[in-house]
Design a protein around this ligand. Structure first.
Ligand code: B12
Length: 208
């Protein structure tokens, strides 16, 4: 089992999309839980490539191919992320303006869908006005904001304020690598979660 997990991590790191898909499938066939594959192989691969990028050993092209391989692996996992009954609620997700990181948001979306939520994904680099307009149009039960850069996470309080001006009872969750519980509290968010699995649990809790 460890061999498969190591193989997935390596395949993502070197950006091998076909190997990633195959090994994730092999892992599922061998009885690994989707969460284990995610937490013990896929996320560590992204952390590793991020550290290599920080230390100057990897560059943007490497980040891009690793991200592509990660996305292909996620597609294989998606149908296995649980099959709860529909009707848990409507969630709207987006990554804030100036930020094009999509993987974390997509993973939260997949886990939410797996848990029975209907999810509207309004994409990346979403301007505050677009969040407000989409909120007005769809009136989601929960709005999820994602930010991966220390600079773009500063947009979060602005989006929360603008959406609350539209609906003072809006339920808003925030997340992304630089976001913390403290930052979420200071921004006026209703909830924070450090990963997609916790995000789903938190959304359920907020709506119960
Ligand atoms: C892949 C990647 C990219 C890819 C993104 C591809 C894509 N389609 O997403 C590309 C190459 C485009 C990219 C670009 C850049 N990146 Co980048 N990138 C990464 C990397 C390696 C992985 C991110 C990732 O996908 N992680 C895996 C996912 C699963 O984890 P996650 O995003 O944290 O999401 C989880 C949780 O945070 C949470 N979550 C996420 N969103 C939400 C939302 C809610 C509501 C909730 C509840 C939870 C939640 O649940 C998720 C799933 O468990 C990180 C390094 C790292 N360790 O994070 C750097 C990183 C985020 N990038 C970084 C930088 C600097 C950049 C660039 C500025 C580089 C440049 N000079 O151009 C650009 C910025 C582009 C832009 N304007 O947005 C820095 C940010 C530093 C900082 N703190 O500001 C990092 C940390 C790398 C580093 N160590 O320096 N990047």
């Amino acid at each position: 089992m460890q061999e498969i997990l190591d193989g997935i991590k390596h395949a993502i790191l070197v950006g091998e999309e076909e190997d990633t898909k195959k090994l994730v499938g092999d892992g599922l066939d061998a009885g690994l839980e989707p969460r284990q594959i995610m937490e013990e192989a896929m996320m560590p691969a992204m952390e590793d490539i991020g550290e290599r990028f920080s230390s100057g050993e990897a560059f943007i092209p490497e980040l891009i191919v690793a991200a592509e391989a990660m996305q292909r692996g996620m597609e294989v996992l998606k149908p296995h992320l649980g099959g709860a009954e529909r009707g848990s609620g409507l969630v709207m997700m987006g990554t804030v303006h100036g930020d094009i990181h999509s993987i974390g948001k997509n993973l939260v979306r997949m886990c939410m869908e797996g848990a029975g939520f209907e999810v509207i994904d309004i994409g990346e680099d979403v301007k505050t006005e677009k969040f407000v307009a989409a909120y007005r149009e769809h009136r989601p039960d929960v709005l999820g904001l994602s930010a991966l850069l220390s600079s773009t996470m500063q947009r979060i309080p602005e989006v929360i304020e603008a959406v609350r001006a539209e609906d003072k009872n809006a339920v808003i969750m925030v997340g992304g690598a630089p976001v913390t519980q403290d930052f979420a509290d200071q921004s006026g968010a209703d909830g924070y979660a450090p990963n997609a699995f916790e995000a789903t649990r938190k959304a359920r809790e907020l709506l119960s």
